[in-house]
Design a protein around this ligand. Structure first.
Ligand code: HSE
Length: 306
């Protein structure tokens, strides 16, 4: 096999109380990429559709992660990469992670899988760092593994897969403004009060337990963010209004997807998710800001060959 087409999914990082460590994978929203083995050595981005992204390999997230993997091998051939980008850069649902994961996953398949998913994620971290100016894997891990993931540590990279309750759905609103992850990181405090840290790790521990036990009430009780949301929510127009109507319509909880501006709402059951989506959509329609909505089950597979 010399050519492969893959689907690389969108993801939600942080999940309220799990800043930089927790994430989950979306169904139906994602990028497609074609990876092709070619005689000429090296990595080239040969086609990009959807958004205006750099063709130069060293400046392209998919290119940088592909290069990290390529340089770890001694190959006498190269790869061309075509990117069909559906996830808008700066949307908060893991656009750069999908690119970074897609290229290395596709190359690995063409090479008959010399690397496992954790090793592939290590290469992908190099691409993600180009976009966010920081090495973190909370979008990469769910894009690579699917479901909920917990990045226990980045160096050495240690990823834990957390079970996803079967009836868990997510609603995403993506207001059409751009927030750069690097800028959303720059506004965060360098230190936090001990009382906020206690609240956060109590919620985070209980969220992990709730996911393991499919305890929807405990998921609801755990989806709070005492650390990051108070700062970043100011960057997202009408954030508190969205959160309020989502909770009124039955969402378990809402929070900022990654570094925003997308907002996620986790829901028990598809009917509730549809109702939450409608309520958010009706409310946001009055703001004059364009937006997209997605309703998705948690995607337990992650990146895949199509
Ligand atoms: N954990 C990261 C952040 C995810 O919130 O800055 C966005 O890339």
């Amino acid at each position: 096999m010399n050519e492969i087409r893959i689907f690389s999914p969108a993801t939600v990082a942080n999940v309220s109380c799990g800043f930089d460590v927790m994430g989950f994978c979306l169904d139906g929203v994602g990028d497609e990429m074609v990876i092709r083995k070619v005689d000429k050595k090296g990595i080239r981005i040969t086609h990009i559709e959807g958004f205006d992204l750099p063709y130069k390999t060293e400046l392209n997230v998919a290119g940088v992660s592909a290069l990290a993997m390529y340089n770890a091998l001694d190959l006498d051939f190269g790869f061309d990469i075509e990117i069909f980008k559906n996830i808008k850069p700066g949307s908060g649902i893991g656009s750069s992670a999908a690119s970074a994961v897609g290229s290395v996953f596709g190359m690995n398949e063409l090479l008959n899988r010399p690397f496992n998913k954790t090793q592939l994620t290590e290469f992908a971290i190099k691409g993600e760092a180009l976009a966010s100016k920081c090495e973190h894997a909370d979008n990469l891990a769910p894009a690579m593994f699917g479901g909920f993931t917990l990045v226990k540590s980045v160096s050495p990279l240690h990823i834990l897969e957390i079970p996803s309750p079967n009836d868990l759905y997510v609603v995403i609103i993506h207001p059409q403004i751009e927030i750069k992850t690097s800028e959303a990181r720059a506004i965060l405090p360098k230190a936090i009060p001990l009382s906020d840290a206690i609240t956060q790790w109590s919620n985070f521990g209980s969220l992990v337990h709730a996911l393991h036990t499919s305890n929807y009430q405990l998921i609801k009780d755990s989806l709070h963010d005492a650390v990051v949301e108070p700062h970043r929510s100011q960057l997202i127009p009408h954030y508190s209004k969205v959160k309020k109507v989502a909770l009124q319509a039955g969402a378990l909880g809402s929070g900022i997807a990654g570094s925003g501006p997308s907002i996620f709402s986790l829901c028990e059951g598809f009917e509730t998710a549809k109702q939450v989506s409608k309520s958010i959509s009706d409310t946001y329609a009055d703001t004059g800001i364009d937006f997209d909505m997605h309703v998705s089950k948690i995607n337990k597979q992650g990146v895949k060959v199509i």
